[in-house]
Design a protein around this ligand. Structure first.
Ligand code: SF4
Length: 772
């Protein structure tokens, strides 16, 4: 085993509660038909059920009927949050006034660090620019006992893998690449802040039981092929939507041969095919990684759980779909431009570029990020750099390296790999997201067509440098590095040579160590928070009243005075036409800087939505006939103290689980939204914020409610006080002409959700319950 030069960590709070999980799994087996075979993903999910009978019982008993149909009420073990999304998650958590978090949690300052000149200066400048956000996050962490990883400590997913991930764990993270931690045989799921708050407040976290795609790996990786190439290849097969509503579970002889960090790369990019998450059976390589990162006690507990059959699928478990990949046949891939599922094998890449008339000159090469900055990646990359250096070559283009964490940076420095990379022209950036998330102050190629190669995971337009014309091709760090010495995208490092004064030079395939031969180096210890911090309730939350980026979130008042009754009669503010995703409801882009300031970000509410009555975007008509933007019209209603309702179309609120899309209408006084249909997660988010979502029984009734009609509910009172179990709520619609019509809708409120409405929000209810 690789030696650990790190002290053995206190693993109390990071060891999964295996005995409780195994006990729950026994209860699950009692509920399921005798002899049911479970996949690994099902074992991890079901062992985290709060009540197996409630979630799995009463059906027809077949596993496949649970998958894709049942809603599971789960108890996640841990939460991780990055600095951009943590802001609203914590502001919401604060509204329920609990003294501490219900599960261990961590905050990671990584997204707000901008790359420009190099690690030290970039870090200093970014800390200054974002000081108020970091100060707020740190104060909240101290108050509630959350581990705080300050700017420069590393990227959320790398730190989670090195410190918190453990086989069999269920973790939520407020970032789409949270599944990276699946490399250690767990389920790590990317969610919005409202879901994270569920876990932080011990509220059941609901997930529709995903379908399970099995990926069988056979053969072995050879030559230049890497785990990155496996997921690039799979992305090409599955496309960006192929994993939606699914967990990808890998199995077969090819899994155990992969390093733990290589598996993390594969799991990381499962997000690119839309998968809920990805996972792998516990392996010897995972065990070694746990030991090497100071978590021997976790490995020993996992060994024991594995012996009891917990950390792998049951023999004969069935998948909803099986894809087989022979690793021996896999060649390096380059995916892009502009979408991660456009996969081209290296041998046809030159042809692909020339056929499409894409640029063939490389303009920058970037390696690292949360996807590919393991010790194995860096040592294999250094082996390529060593060869190039010996041949007298230097990188022909800017060559930027983003270490995933201080642990990686310090170890790479200790082992001389950093020197090697710098000697061929690399610039090492701060341990942060940097160019991967557009935090790259790039001075060249502004507005020009150009092609970059990265070992990152996403390549949507403008993702890296803000230039819509920059084509980002995703590849393994080894391919990116080798190409940097040629500068020509027609170059195939596996077959071609680079001319040098001493004759043609050809690379031999990269080699490297999976784990550092003399152990990891912790580096600057000031980056590591103290484990299991104790909440300090007297800590003052650092938010300046004059801040434009942060604002204390005031708990919403109830729409049900006296705690029961019908909603007050209210006007319809507008009828929204067609597709309306959470991005239409709360746009991203430049608005992201206001994520922690509800008043400011609300000014983007529905600004790209189409008004069905005037067919225009972002135009609503107020009661006095004046036309204005949608958010300003909402603001006017709010100023008059007049609650309002919306009529919306099919699948309202699809897209990412952005809690702002529910918070903002509520902030402006929205009390009810009636839809042809809702996207499920958004519908729940509306209920969480105290907005009543209703479904038209007859979708044609959508056009029967217009702006300024007075709408009141009939039958809600009986649902609220429990005297009616009917799901029908009638709307009484009174038109300005005096004409009255009744329209039937249905609600989907559970008992708990009725309380959320009654108390004004889920968090108000949770806080009130905790104070009882
Ligand atoms: Fe997201 Fe990139 Fe940061 Fe990873 S490195 S967490 S993909 S922004």
């Amino acid at each position: 085993a690789t030696p650990s030069t790190l002290p053995i960590k206190d693993c109390t709070s990071i060891t999964p509660p295996y005995s409780r999980l195994l006990k729950t799994l026994d209860q699950v087996r009692d509920v399921l038909p005798t002899g049911s075979k479970l996949t690994l993903a099902e074992k991890i999910l079901y062992s985290h059920l709060r009540n197996p009978e409630e979630s799995l019982g009463g059906g027809n008993g077949s596993n496949t009927k649970i998958r894709g149909e049942r809603y599971l009420k789960l108890r996640p073990d841990r939460v991780a949050m990055q600095d951009a999304s943590a802001q609203m998650a914590l502001l919401q958590f604060m509204t329920c006034r609990l003294p501490s978090c219900a599960v261990p949690a961590s905050i990671h300052c990584d997204h707000l660090i901008q790359a420009q000149t190099g690690a030290e200066s970039d870090l200093t400048r970014s800390i200054e620019q974002n000081k108020e956000v970091f100060d707020f996050l740190q104060s909240a962490a101290k108050k509630y006992g959350i581990e705080f990883w300050k700017p420069g400590s590393g990227i959320i997913h790398q730190i989670v893998l090195e410190n918190y991930a453990a086989p069999g764990l269920l973790m939520l993270g407020t970032d789409s690449h949270t599944p990276n931690a699946g490399g250690l045989g767990m389920l790590a799921i990317g969610v919005g802040g409202a879901d994270a708050v569920d876990a932080l407040t011990d509220t059941p976290w609901e997930l529709k039981a995903p379908l399970i795609t099995g990926v069988k790996l056979t053969g072995e990786l050879k030559g230049w092929a890497t785990p990155k190439d496996l997921i690039l290849h799979l992305a090409g097969k599955l496309t960006v939507r192929g994993g939606t509503g699914r967990i990808i579970e890998y199995f077969g002889p090819g899994v155990s041969a992969q390093s733990c960090t290589g598996l993390a790369t594969i799991a990381n990019m499962g997000a690119e095919v839309g998968a809920t998450t990805s996972t792998f059976p516990y392996s010897d390589n995972m065990r070694q990684y746990l030991h090497a990162t100071g978590r021997g006690p976790v490995a020993e507990a996992a060994d024991d759980a594995a012996k009891k059959g917990f950390l792998s699928a049951d023999e004969g478990a069935e998948y909803d779909e099986v894809i087989e990949i022979n690793l021996s046949e896999l060649e390096p891939h380059l995916n892009g431009p502009f979408t991660p599922d456009l996969a081209t094998p290296l041998s046809s890449f030159s042809n692909f570029l020339n056929t499409n008339k894409y640029p063939t000159t490389l303009s920058s090469a970037l390696i690292g990020s949360c996807t590919n900055s393991s010790y194995e990646d860096m040592s294999r990359v250094a082996s390529i750099a060593e060869q190039a250096k010996a041949a007298g070559l230097k990188s022909k283009v800017p060559f930027l390296v983003t270490p995933g964490s201080e642990l990686i940076r310090a170890t790479v420095e200790k082992d001389g790999l950093q020197d090697t990379l710098e000697s061929v022209g690399a610039t090492v950036l701060a341990n942060a997201c940097g160019p991967c998330i557009g935090q790259w102050k790039r001075d060249d190629h502004k507005g020009e067509d150009n092609a970059i190669l990265t070992s990152f995971n996403r390549n949507f337009k403008a993702r890296n440098d803000g230039n819509l014309k920059t084509m980002n091709f995703l590849a393994s760090p080894e391919i990116v590095t080798a190409m940097a010495f040629s500068g020509d995208l027609n170059f195939n490092p596996t077959t071609d040579s680079i001319p040098t004064p001493n004759g043609p030079f050809k690379f031999t395939p990269p080699s490297g160590d999976r784990l550092p031969p003399t152990g990891y180096s912790a580096g600057d210890l000031s980056y590591a928070p103290s484990p299991s911090p104790v909440p300090q309730p007297d800590t003052e939350i650092a938010i300046s009243p004059s801040s434009t980026r942060l604002e204390i979130l005031e708990p919403f008042g109830t729409n049900f005075e006296g705690g029961k009754g019908e909603l007050p009669p209210m006007r319809c503010l507008m009828r929204v036409k067609g597709k309306c995703t959470t991005d239409h409801i709360s746009a991203a882009g430049a608005w992201l800087k206001y994520k922690g300031h509800l008043s400011n970000i609300s000014e983007n509410t529905l600004m790209t939505a189409v008004n069905d009555e005037n067919n225009s975007i972002n135009k609503a008509v107020d009661v006095d006939g004046g036309e204005d933007t949608i958010p300003r019209t909402m603001q006017k209603y709010k100023e008059r103290g007049e609650p309002w309702m919306l009529v919306v179309d099919d699948n309202y609120g699809e897209g990412s689980a952005r809690e702002h899309a529910a918070l903002q209408p509520r902030f402006y006084g929205g009390a009810m939204i009636v839809a042809r249909s809702f996207a499920r997660i958004h519908e729940t988010n509306l209920k969480k914020q105290g907005i009543l979502p209703l479904w038209f029984l007859d979708k044609a009734d959508y056009s029967k409610i217009s702006a300024h009609d007075h709408v009141s509910t009939i039958g809600l009172e009986q649902v609220m006080d429990g005297t009616s179990t009917s799901d029908i709520i009638t709307l009484r619609v009174e038109r300005p002409s005096g004409e009255v019509e009744e329209i039937k809708t249905r609600h989907t409120l559970s008992k708990d959700q009725i309380e959320w409405l009654r108390f004004g929000s889920a968090l108000n209810y949770i806080g009130a319950k905790a104070r009882e």
